[in-house]
Design a protein around this ligand. Structure first.
Ligand SMILES: *Cc1c(COP(=O)(O)O)cnc(C)c1O
Length: 361
Protein backbone atom coordinates (compact mmCIF):
# COMPACT_ATOMS: atom_id res chain seq x y z
CA UNK A 1 0.00 0.00 0.00
CA UNK A 2 1.17 3.47 -0.86
CA UNK A 3 1.54 5.98 1.95
CA UNK A 4 0.49 9.41 0.78
CA UNK A 5 1.75 12.79 1.94
CA UNK A 6 -1.75 13.93 2.85
CA UNK A 7 -4.80 12.16 4.23
CA UNK A 8 -7.54 14.47 3.00
CA UNK A 9 -9.95 11.77 1.85
CA UNK A 10 -9.57 10.02 5.17
CA UNK A 11 -10.16 13.32 6.93
CA UNK A 12 -13.48 13.75 5.15
CA UNK A 13 -14.56 10.15 5.67
CA UNK A 14 -13.88 10.27 9.41
CA UNK A 15 -16.48 12.99 10.04
CA UNK A 16 -18.49 13.00 6.81
CA UNK A 17 -21.85 13.13 8.63
CA UNK A 18 -20.89 16.28 10.50
CA UNK A 19 -19.62 17.96 7.33
CA UNK A 20 -22.69 17.03 5.31
CA UNK A 21 -25.05 18.30 7.98
CA UNK A 22 -23.31 21.70 8.07
CA UNK A 23 -23.13 21.94 4.28
CA UNK A 24 -26.80 21.06 3.90
CA UNK A 25 -27.78 23.75 6.37
CA UNK A 26 -26.07 26.28 4.14
CA UNK A 27 -27.71 24.98 1.00
CA UNK A 28 -31.19 25.05 2.58
CA UNK A 29 -30.62 28.51 4.09
CA UNK A 30 -30.66 30.33 0.76
CA UNK A 31 -27.91 32.62 2.05
CA UNK A 32 -24.59 31.89 0.36
CA UNK A 33 -22.35 34.93 0.78
CA UNK A 34 -21.40 36.34 4.22
CA UNK A 35 -24.24 34.53 5.95
CA UNK A 36 -24.64 32.95 9.38
CA UNK A 37 -21.93 30.30 9.00
CA UNK A 38 -19.23 32.88 8.31
CA UNK A 39 -20.37 34.88 11.35
CA UNK A 40 -20.46 31.76 13.52
CA UNK A 41 -17.07 30.57 12.40
CA UNK A 42 -15.53 34.02 12.91
CA UNK A 43 -16.87 34.12 16.43
CA UNK A 44 -15.87 30.53 17.28
CA UNK A 45 -12.35 30.97 15.90
CA UNK A 46 -11.93 34.26 17.75
CA UNK A 47 -12.83 32.55 21.07
CA UNK A 48 -10.47 29.72 20.25
CA UNK A 49 -7.58 32.09 19.53
CA UNK A 50 -8.32 34.48 22.37
CA UNK A 51 -8.45 37.42 19.97
CA UNK A 52 -11.53 39.69 19.91
CA UNK A 53 -12.04 39.86 16.14
CA UNK A 54 -11.76 37.46 13.24
CA UNK A 55 -12.57 38.45 9.66
CA UNK A 56 -13.01 35.63 7.13
CA UNK A 57 -11.48 36.15 3.68
CA UNK A 58 -11.05 34.10 0.51
CA UNK A 59 -7.49 32.81 1.01
CA UNK A 60 -4.30 33.13 3.01
CA UNK A 61 -2.75 35.25 0.29
CA UNK A 62 -5.67 37.67 0.45
CA UNK A 63 -5.46 37.76 4.25
CA UNK A 64 -1.89 39.07 4.01
CA UNK A 65 -2.76 41.57 1.27
CA UNK A 66 -5.70 42.92 3.25
CA UNK A 67 -3.65 43.00 6.46
CA UNK A 68 -0.95 45.06 4.74
CA UNK A 69 -3.52 47.44 3.25
CA UNK A 70 -5.18 47.79 6.65
CA UNK A 71 -1.87 48.82 8.23
CA UNK A 72 -1.36 51.35 5.44
CA UNK A 73 1.61 49.48 3.98
CA UNK A 74 2.14 50.38 0.33
CA UNK A 75 4.46 51.86 -2.23
CA UNK A 76 7.97 52.58 -0.92
CA UNK A 77 7.50 50.55 2.26
CA UNK A 78 9.48 47.48 3.26
CA UNK A 79 8.40 44.38 5.16
CA UNK A 80 10.99 42.06 6.70
CA UNK A 81 10.44 38.28 6.53
CA UNK A 82 12.43 35.06 6.50
CA UNK A 83 13.85 33.78 3.21
CA UNK A 84 12.36 30.28 3.62
CA UNK A 85 8.71 31.35 3.89
CA UNK A 86 5.98 30.45 1.43
CA UNK A 87 5.92 32.60 -1.70
CA UNK A 88 2.49 34.03 -0.77
CA UNK A 89 4.08 36.19 1.95
CA UNK A 90 6.34 37.98 -0.51
CA UNK A 91 3.68 38.03 -3.21
CA UNK A 92 1.14 39.73 -0.95
CA UNK A 93 3.62 42.42 0.09
CA UNK A 94 4.53 42.98 -3.56
CA UNK A 95 0.84 43.14 -4.53
CA UNK A 96 0.23 46.13 -2.25
CA UNK A 97 3.22 47.91 -3.79
CA UNK A 98 5.71 47.32 -0.97
CA UNK A 99 9.00 45.42 -0.96
CA UNK A 100 9.74 42.14 0.83
CA UNK A 101 13.15 42.27 2.54
CA UNK A 102 14.55 38.84 3.36
CA UNK A 103 16.73 37.53 6.16
CA UNK A 104 17.87 33.96 6.78
CA UNK A 105 16.09 31.49 9.03
CA UNK A 106 17.50 29.81 12.15
CA UNK A 107 17.79 26.14 13.17
CA UNK A 108 14.09 26.10 14.06
CA UNK A 109 13.36 27.22 10.48
CA UNK A 110 11.91 30.52 11.61
CA UNK A 111 13.22 34.04 11.10
CA UNK A 112 16.74 34.48 12.56
CA UNK A 113 16.29 37.23 15.12
CA UNK A 114 19.97 38.19 15.04
CA UNK A 115 19.67 39.13 11.34
CA UNK A 116 16.67 41.44 11.58
CA UNK A 117 18.28 44.62 12.88
CA UNK A 118 20.67 44.85 9.91
CA UNK A 119 17.75 44.65 7.52
CA UNK A 120 15.85 47.58 9.06
CA UNK A 121 15.92 50.81 7.03
CA UNK A 122 13.98 54.06 7.22
CA UNK A 123 11.41 52.47 4.90
CA UNK A 124 10.73 49.43 7.07
CA UNK A 125 7.10 49.33 8.21
CA UNK A 126 6.66 45.84 9.58
CA UNK A 127 8.22 42.54 10.55
CA UNK A 128 6.27 39.55 9.28
CA UNK A 129 6.46 36.65 11.72
CA UNK A 130 5.69 33.61 9.60
CA UNK A 131 5.34 30.64 11.94
CA UNK A 132 6.83 27.90 9.78
CA UNK A 133 5.97 24.20 9.82
CA UNK A 134 3.97 24.33 13.07
CA UNK A 135 5.91 26.40 15.58
CA UNK A 136 5.93 30.05 16.55
CA UNK A 137 8.70 32.51 15.81
CA UNK A 138 10.52 33.98 18.80
CA UNK A 139 7.90 36.64 19.46
CA UNK A 140 9.61 38.21 22.49
CA UNK A 141 12.65 39.05 20.42
CA UNK A 142 10.55 40.24 17.48
CA UNK A 143 8.55 42.56 19.73
CA UNK A 144 11.72 43.97 21.33
CA UNK A 145 12.90 45.05 17.87
CA UNK A 146 9.46 46.19 16.72
CA UNK A 147 9.08 48.41 19.78
CA UNK A 148 12.60 49.77 19.46
CA UNK A 149 12.08 50.80 15.81
CA UNK A 150 8.32 51.49 15.92
CA UNK A 151 7.36 48.75 13.50
CA UNK A 152 4.18 46.75 13.12
CA UNK A 153 4.24 43.00 13.62
CA UNK A 154 2.17 40.92 11.20
CA UNK A 155 1.83 37.23 12.00
CA UNK A 156 1.27 34.63 9.32
CA UNK A 157 -0.15 31.62 11.16
CA UNK A 158 -1.06 29.61 8.06
CA UNK A 159 1.16 26.71 9.17
CA UNK A 160 0.56 26.86 12.92
CA UNK A 161 -3.17 26.92 13.78
CA UNK A 162 -3.32 26.29 17.51
CA UNK A 163 0.40 26.58 18.29
CA UNK A 164 1.28 28.34 21.52
CA UNK A 165 4.15 30.68 22.31
CA UNK A 166 4.63 31.52 25.98
CA UNK A 167 1.03 31.36 27.14
CA UNK A 168 -0.73 32.69 24.05
CA UNK A 169 -1.83 31.15 20.79
CA UNK A 170 -0.18 32.33 17.61
CA UNK A 171 -2.47 34.90 16.07
CA UNK A 172 -2.94 36.58 19.45
CA UNK A 173 0.53 38.08 19.58
CA UNK A 174 0.55 40.86 17.01
CA UNK A 175 -1.20 43.88 15.53
CA UNK A 176 -2.77 41.74 12.87
CA UNK A 177 -2.54 38.02 12.11
CA UNK A 178 -3.25 36.06 8.93
CA UNK A 179 -4.41 32.48 8.45
CA UNK A 180 -4.86 30.26 5.41
CA UNK A 181 -7.40 27.44 5.42
CA UNK A 182 -6.02 25.70 2.34
CA UNK A 183 -7.13 22.04 2.59
CA UNK A 184 -3.77 20.66 3.74
CA UNK A 185 -3.29 23.13 6.62
CA UNK A 186 -3.85 22.01 10.22
CA UNK A 187 -7.23 23.75 10.03
CA UNK A 188 -8.22 23.28 6.40
CA UNK A 189 -11.37 23.80 4.36
CA UNK A 190 -12.40 21.69 1.37
CA UNK A 191 -11.47 24.55 -0.91
CA UNK A 192 -9.83 27.95 -0.45
CA UNK A 193 -10.28 30.13 2.59
CA UNK A 194 -8.46 32.39 5.01
CA UNK A 195 -8.95 34.91 7.80
CA UNK A 196 -7.46 37.84 9.65
CA UNK A 197 -7.41 38.07 13.45
CA UNK A 198 -6.92 41.32 15.33
CA UNK A 199 -7.52 42.95 18.69
CA UNK A 200 -7.67 46.45 17.19
CA UNK A 201 -11.23 47.83 16.60
CA UNK A 202 -10.00 50.23 13.94
CA UNK A 203 -8.57 47.41 11.87
CA UNK A 204 -11.73 45.30 11.95
CA UNK A 205 -13.96 47.54 9.89
CA UNK A 206 -11.15 48.29 7.45
CA UNK A 207 -10.63 44.55 6.84
CA UNK A 208 -14.38 44.03 6.46
CA UNK A 209 -14.58 46.90 3.98
CA UNK A 210 -11.56 45.74 1.98
CA UNK A 211 -12.82 42.15 1.65
CA UNK A 212 -16.14 43.36 0.26
CA UNK A 213 -15.19 45.63 -2.67
CA UNK A 214 -14.23 48.52 -0.40
CA UNK A 215 -17.86 49.19 0.52
CA UNK A 216 -18.66 50.84 3.83
CA UNK A 217 -22.37 50.39 3.20
CA UNK A 218 -23.92 48.89 0.12
CA UNK A 219 -22.73 50.88 -2.89
CA UNK A 220 -20.64 53.31 -0.84
CA UNK A 221 -17.05 52.59 -1.93
CA UNK A 222 -14.50 54.16 0.40
CA UNK A 223 -11.53 51.94 -0.52
CA UNK A 224 -10.36 50.21 -3.69
CA UNK A 225 -11.19 46.82 -2.25
CA UNK A 226 -11.27 43.18 -3.24
CA UNK A 227 -13.82 40.46 -3.76
CA UNK A 228 -12.39 38.31 -0.98
CA UNK A 229 -15.10 36.87 1.20
CA UNK A 230 -14.83 33.59 3.06
CA UNK A 231 -17.25 31.26 1.29
CA UNK A 232 -20.29 30.29 3.34
CA UNK A 233 -19.91 26.55 2.64
CA UNK A 234 -16.22 26.63 3.52
CA UNK A 235 -17.06 28.46 6.75
CA UNK A 236 -19.53 25.69 7.61
CA UNK A 237 -16.84 23.08 6.92
CA UNK A 238 -14.33 25.02 9.04
CA UNK A 239 -16.74 24.98 12.01
CA UNK A 240 -16.45 21.19 11.97
CA UNK A 241 -12.69 21.35 11.45
CA UNK A 242 -12.29 23.71 14.39
CA UNK A 243 -14.11 21.27 16.68
CA UNK A 244 -11.52 18.64 15.85
CA UNK A 245 -8.44 20.88 15.65
CA UNK A 246 -7.09 20.16 19.12
CA UNK A 247 -7.42 16.37 18.81
CA UNK A 248 -5.87 16.52 15.36
CA UNK A 249 -2.94 18.62 16.56
CA UNK A 250 -2.42 16.14 19.39
CA UNK A 251 -2.39 13.29 16.87
CA UNK A 252 0.27 15.13 14.86
CA UNK A 253 2.30 15.65 18.04
CA UNK A 254 2.17 11.91 18.84
CA UNK A 255 3.48 11.04 15.40
CA UNK A 256 6.25 13.64 15.69
CA UNK A 257 7.27 12.26 19.09
CA UNK A 258 7.55 8.79 17.60
CA UNK A 259 9.57 10.01 14.63
CA UNK A 260 11.90 11.94 16.94
CA UNK A 261 12.39 8.97 19.25
CA UNK A 262 12.58 6.17 16.75
CA UNK A 263 14.14 7.52 13.57
CA UNK A 264 17.79 6.78 13.81
CA UNK A 265 19.62 7.42 10.57
CA UNK A 266 22.85 9.39 10.63
CA UNK A 267 22.09 10.95 7.25
CA UNK A 268 19.03 12.75 8.59
CA UNK A 269 18.91 15.82 10.82
CA UNK A 270 15.57 15.82 12.60
CA UNK A 271 13.60 19.00 13.35
CA UNK A 272 13.89 20.85 16.68
CA UNK A 273 11.32 22.86 18.60
CA UNK A 274 12.42 26.04 20.36
CA UNK A 275 11.88 26.51 24.09
CA UNK A 276 8.67 28.45 24.89
CA UNK A 277 6.87 27.06 21.81
CA UNK A 278 4.54 24.17 21.34
CA UNK A 279 4.73 22.61 17.90
CA UNK A 280 1.58 21.59 15.99
CA UNK A 281 3.68 19.88 13.32
CA UNK A 282 2.18 21.17 10.12
CA UNK A 283 5.16 19.51 8.48
CA UNK A 284 7.92 17.25 9.75
CA UNK A 285 10.91 18.64 7.86
CA UNK A 286 14.19 16.75 7.91
CA UNK A 287 17.51 17.92 6.54
CA UNK A 288 19.33 15.49 4.29
CA UNK A 289 22.33 16.16 2.09
CA UNK A 290 21.53 13.33 -0.30
CA UNK A 291 17.89 14.21 -0.43
CA UNK A 292 17.18 13.02 -3.97
CA UNK A 293 18.51 9.56 -3.25
CA UNK A 294 16.60 9.32 0.03
CA UNK A 295 13.30 10.47 -1.51
CA UNK A 296 13.74 8.09 -4.47
CA UNK A 297 14.35 5.21 -2.05
CA UNK A 298 11.20 6.06 -0.08
CA UNK A 299 9.21 6.38 -3.27
CA UNK A 300 10.35 2.95 -4.51
CA UNK A 301 9.02 1.61 -1.24
CA UNK A 302 5.66 3.28 -1.61
CA UNK A 303 6.16 6.34 0.57
CA UNK A 304 5.49 9.77 -0.84
CA UNK A 305 7.44 12.76 0.41
CA UNK A 306 7.14 16.48 -0.27
CA UNK A 307 9.74 19.21 -0.46
CA UNK A 308 9.02 22.55 1.22
CA UNK A 309 10.00 24.16 -1.02
CA UNK A 310 11.66 22.71 -4.14
CA UNK A 311 13.36 26.07 -4.75
CA UNK A 312 13.38 29.09 -2.45
CA UNK A 313 10.94 31.57 -4.00
CA UNK A 314 13.58 34.32 -4.26
CA UNK A 315 15.52 32.14 -6.75
CA UNK A 316 12.46 31.79 -9.02
CA UNK A 317 12.07 33.99 -12.11
CA UNK A 318 9.09 36.01 -10.81
CA UNK A 319 11.08 37.19 -7.80
CA UNK A 320 14.34 37.96 -9.59
CA UNK A 321 13.53 41.66 -9.26
CA UNK A 322 14.25 41.42 -5.53
CA UNK A 323 17.91 40.99 -6.47
CA UNK A 324 18.81 38.01 -4.29
CA UNK A 325 21.02 35.19 -5.49
CA UNK A 326 21.94 31.62 -4.63
CA UNK A 327 24.03 31.50 -1.47
CA UNK A 328 22.48 34.61 0.10
CA UNK A 329 20.60 32.62 2.76
CA UNK A 330 22.45 29.36 3.52
CA UNK A 331 19.95 28.06 6.08
CA UNK A 332 16.99 28.67 3.79
CA UNK A 333 18.83 26.80 1.02
CA UNK A 334 19.56 23.64 3.01
CA UNK A 335 18.28 20.46 1.39
CA UNK A 336 15.22 19.19 3.22
CA UNK A 337 12.18 17.02 2.67
CA UNK A 338 9.01 16.38 4.64
CA UNK A 339 7.79 13.03 5.97
CA UNK A 340 4.07 12.23 5.95
CA UNK A 341 2.54 13.63 9.14
CA UNK A 342 -1.24 13.95 9.38
CA UNK A 343 -3.74 12.84 12.01
CA UNK A 344 -5.07 9.96 9.90
CA UNK A 345 -1.65 8.35 9.36
CA UNK A 346 -1.96 4.94 11.02
CA UNK A 347 0.41 3.53 13.62
CA UNK A 348 1.42 0.76 11.22
CA UNK A 349 2.15 3.29 8.48
CA UNK A 350 4.32 5.30 10.86
CA UNK A 351 6.18 2.12 11.79
CA UNK A 352 6.82 1.32 8.16
CA UNK A 353 8.22 4.79 7.48
CA UNK A 354 10.49 4.59 10.53
CA UNK A 355 11.71 1.09 9.66
CA UNK A 356 12.50 2.00 6.05
CA UNK A 357 14.43 5.09 7.10
CA UNK A 358 16.42 3.17 9.70
CA UNK A 359 17.30 0.41 7.24
CA UNK A 360 18.71 2.81 4.66
CA UNK A 361 22.44 3.28 4.83
C1 LIG B 1 -0.43 28.24 2.69
C2 LIG B 1 0.25 29.49 3.08
C3 LIG B 1 -0.16 30.75 2.61
C4 LIG B 1 -1.13 30.92 1.48
O1 LIG B 1 -2.36 30.48 1.68
P1 LIG B 1 -3.43 30.33 0.49
O2 LIG B 1 -4.68 30.10 1.24
O3 LIG B 1 -3.01 29.20 -0.36
O4 LIG B 1 -3.46 31.63 -0.26
C5 LIG B 1 0.45 31.86 3.12
N1 LIG B 1 1.44 31.77 4.02
C6 LIG B 1 1.89 30.59 4.46
C7 LIG B 1 3.00 30.55 5.45
C8 LIG B 1 1.32 29.41 3.99
O5 LIG B 1 1.79 28.23 4.43
Amino acid sequence: MKIQTQGLKRKYSKHSDEYMKEIEEVLFSGSYILGDKVKQFESEFSSYLGVPYVIGVASGLDAIKIACRTLGIGSGDEVIMAANVYSACALAVTAVGAKPVLVDCNRYKNIDITKIENAITKNTKAIMAVHMFGQSCNMDAIWRLANKYCLYVIEDCSQAHGAIYGNQKVGAQSDIACFSFFPTKNLGAFGDGGCIATRNDLFVSKCQILRNYGQKDKGNYIELGYNSRLDEIQAAILKVGLKHLEENNTARQRIAERYLQEINNKKLILPETQPLSTNVWHQFVVECENRDEMCAYLKENGIETLIHYPKPFYLCPAFEYLGYKQGDFPNAEKLTFSLPIYPELSYAEQSRIIKLLNEKI
